[in-house]
Write a protein that binds this ligand. Structure first.
Ligand code: RM4
Ligand code: MN
Ligand code: MN
Length: 425
């Protein structure tokens, strides 16, 4: 299932005059428009393979039909997103949900769609069929060395898959922790986890990174062994220069100041990347920007303001940018188009912040002026710039519109069936 360039161009034609009108307005009001468009054209956000099908909750799951049935079809879906928005040029795989049978063929298929392989993700939060030891009481933290060894070997296996695909990073998210006071010796759990991560780290190729992802709670509800950015930072610093902290926006306690966390991790050269989503209560995995768009803006503001040579957020050697969401009621592909759009719009807004004036306001303790500067940027409509960047890169002026107009979901259902269910959450 793919959309041809002619089809996109033809559909763009229909939206062109409305777009040009909006763009003309933006160009006269936003001085840095051209520079912003150029930055947007370069920006790519990876799509997680597990977000292409419907998610669910522990209460139920309502499949939407036409979900990708194989890794090949997942790549096809990301290819489709990328053709539409030209900003989803990478896929992030979760092992063992997406084990490539023939890495060479998968790599070729991805490159036909212009896709790269982003960070590979390990999974020691579920027991797999045929697995000899259980992760019920944790994986790398486990009191039994044999369980820890099994988890370490799994991560090394994931690195091997990643090497075969041309990926250059491993994301480790551990569900390890405890549900009741007294269940776990915190220090022993930390030490075991660190030892395990060290063995995994030793298996990383030279140019690879490892991202240590933290999460405040769930599935463990009393303690998490990588529960916050402080703990992740501790592991990452003890591991060495290839280890970084990964910030998943949904993994904090309510009202945490994520932008401050981002600023400090960056200052220490230890911020590795993001899992974008949004939340109202916890790890809700809602669409990024749908609940707290201002928070997202403030994060980008820190990223742009804190850019430094040893830890550059954007560009070739930059951060891992990934969406990590799960859709219970929306069409997953439509949702991912919305997510990428939200990130782009916000990135453009944050590029508008007048940093010289903001710095002046801060030095003068001019709180009112500081707020004016941030909110002026945040309230600027950057959608025409984002659309223009997308069109210049060959994509659609209105990706969601084309997705609906071309009845893509209907075609996917016709091809894959009403009952097709993707592997993943
Ligand atoms: C976790 C975490 C991980 C993701 C899994 C599926 O909550 O966010 O990044 O791999 O979910
Ligand atoms: Mn995540
Ligand atoms: Mn999560």
């Amino acid at each position: 299932m793919s959309i041809s360039q002619q089809e996109i161009d033809a559909l763009n034609e229909q939206h062109l005059s409305a777009h040009q009108h909006k763009l003309a307005y933006a160009l006269t009001h936003i001085e840095q428009s051209e520079a912003i468009i150029a930055r947007l054209e370069d920006f790519q956000i990876a799509i997680p393979s597990w977000a292409l099908g419907m998610g669910g909750t522990r209460f139920g799951r309502f499949p939407g039909g036409g979900e990708p049935r194989s890794l090949e079809e997942k790549i096809e879906d990301v290819g489709l997103l990328h053709v539409l928005n030209r900003s989803s040029g990478a896929i992030s795989l979760h092992i063992p949900w997406d084990i490539p049978q023939d890495a060479g063929a998968i790599r070729r298929l991805a490159s036909e769609y212009g896709l790269k392989f982003d960070a590979v993700n390990s999974n020691t939060f579920q027991d797999q069929p045929g697995q000899s030891l259980s992760y019920k009481f944790g994986s790398l933290q486990h009191v039994d060395r044999a369980v820890r060894k099994q988890a370490i070997e799994h991560n090394i296996e994931v690195i091997r898959h990643g090497i075969a695909l041309g990926s250059d990073a491993l994301t480790v998210w551990l569900s390890d922790g405890s549900c009741f006071p007294g269940q776990l010796n915190f220090r022993r759990a930390f030490e075991h986890t660190l030892e395990g991560l060290q063995e995994i780290y030793a298996a990383l190729p030279d140019h690879w990174k490892v991202f240590v992802e933290y999460k405040a709670f769930e599935p463990n509800f009393y303690s998490m062994t990588v529960g916050d950015w402080g703990q992740s930072y501790l592991y990452a610093s003890k591991l060495g220069e290839k280890a970084y902290t990964l910030v998943d926006l949904g993994h904090h306690l309510p009202n945490a100041n994520i932008e401050q966390i981002v600023a400090l991790l960056m200052m220490e050269g230890k911020l590795g990347g993001f899992h974008f989503n949004d939340s109202k209560y916890g790890d809700d995995d809602l669409t990024v920007g749908s609940i707290r768009p201002y928070q997202l803006f403030l994060i980008f503001n820190e990223l742009i303001g804190g850019s430094q040579d040893n830890n550059p957020p954007f560009g070739h050697k930059g951060f891992g940018w990934m969406i990590d969401a799960s859709h219970n009621v929306k069409d997953p592909l439509e949702d991912l188009l919305q997510a990428v759009e939200a990130i782009m719009v916000t990135y453009a807004q944050a590029l508008l912040v007048d940093r010289v004036k903001l710095n002046e306001a801060q030095l003068n303790n001019d709180v009112v002026q500081a707020q004016e500067i941030l909110q002026t940027a945040f309230r600027t409509d950057t959608r025409a710039l984002v659309a223009e960047a997308r069109m210049r890169a060959g994509g659609a002026l209105n990706p969601l519109g084309i997705f609906r107009q071309s009845e893509i979901r209907k075609k996917l259902i016709a091809k894959r069936g009403e009952k097709a269910i993707a592997t993943g959450l």
